[in-house]
Design a protein around this ligand. Structure first.
Ligand code: C5P
Length: 231
């Protein structure tokens, strides 16, 4: 079964407050996006990668990142929201692709093993979301006041990779586009078709780098991993 990965990396990263998009900020001497792509390059279940970037970062990526990652088959320009960017990636998928793995460019700590597990489960389940159980208590807040405390058991935080049979995710995106429905992840678009999405337990280290605080945490995770590799 041919597997293609789509990496949306076209966000502007305004919450990071830096002059460059977050996926191009350096972590351990390399852009965050390079760490992410390395995991896909090292995952033998993935045949090719479609990278979604903004027009502003295209030339930087072409010059400094792409030469190191031969699995990147196509680079396409993203859209206004994450969902628009992923859709551009889906439009670029080759006709013989059967499974699509979607993973945020700004989650550099995904491992080749997690990607492979997600693909394996997708062969049986058709739709897979990586997630971790919530460890904090979650409040629903409106106008600065707690409206409700949610029951913690059963609450999970969705991450990526999210992996789908290609015809299924294509149908989900077509439906969402037609109905003008936007969500913050891909699984939500499949869920609203009434399809069961299997959950694969992920890792708390698979963080999405969004704020300067995340970058500090990312540095600690990277140091830990490098130390483990040296042993
Ligand atoms: O905005 P958010 O943190 O949810 O972004 C998750 C991923 O989607 C990031 O890798 C970001 O670069 C990407 N993205 C995109 N196009 C957008 C917005 C976000 O590819 N318009």
């Amino acid at each position: 079964m041919k597997v293609t990965a789509i990496i949306p990396a076209a966000g502007s990263g305004t919450r990071m407050g830096t002059d460059r998009p977050k996926q191009l900020i350096e972590l351990g001497g390399q852009p965050i996006l390079a760490h992410t792509l390395r995991a896909f390059e090292g995952c033998s279940s993935v045949e090719d990668v479609i990278l979604v970037v903004s027009k502003e970062t295209f030339s930087f990526c072409s010059k400094h990142i792409l030469p190191c990652f031969p699995k990147v088959d196509k680079v396409v320009f993203g859209g206004k929201k994450r969902q628009d960017s992923v859709f551009r990636g889906l439009e670029a998928v080759r006709a013989d692709t059967e499974i699509v793995v979607i993973h945020d460019g700004s989650r550099p700590f995904v491992t080749a093993e997690q990607i492979a597990c997600s693909i394996d489960l997708c062969r049986k389940a058709r739709a897979v979301v990586t997630a971790v159980p919530v460890t904090d208590t979650v409040k629903y807040v409106a106008n600065g006041v707690v409206k409700r405390t949610l029951e913690r058991s059963g609450l999970w935080l969705a991450q990526t990779p999210q992996t789908f049979s290609f015809p299924l995710i294509w149908k989900a995106y077509q439906r969402a586009n037609k109905e003008g429905f936007y969500a913050t992840d891909d699984s939500a678009l499949v869920e609203r078709l009434g399809i069961k999405v299997a959950v694969l337990q992920g890792s708390y280290q698979n963080i999405k780098i969004t704020t300067p605080e995340d970058l500090a945490v990312a540095q600690v995770i990277l140091n830990q991993r490098n130390k483990r590799r040296e042993r």
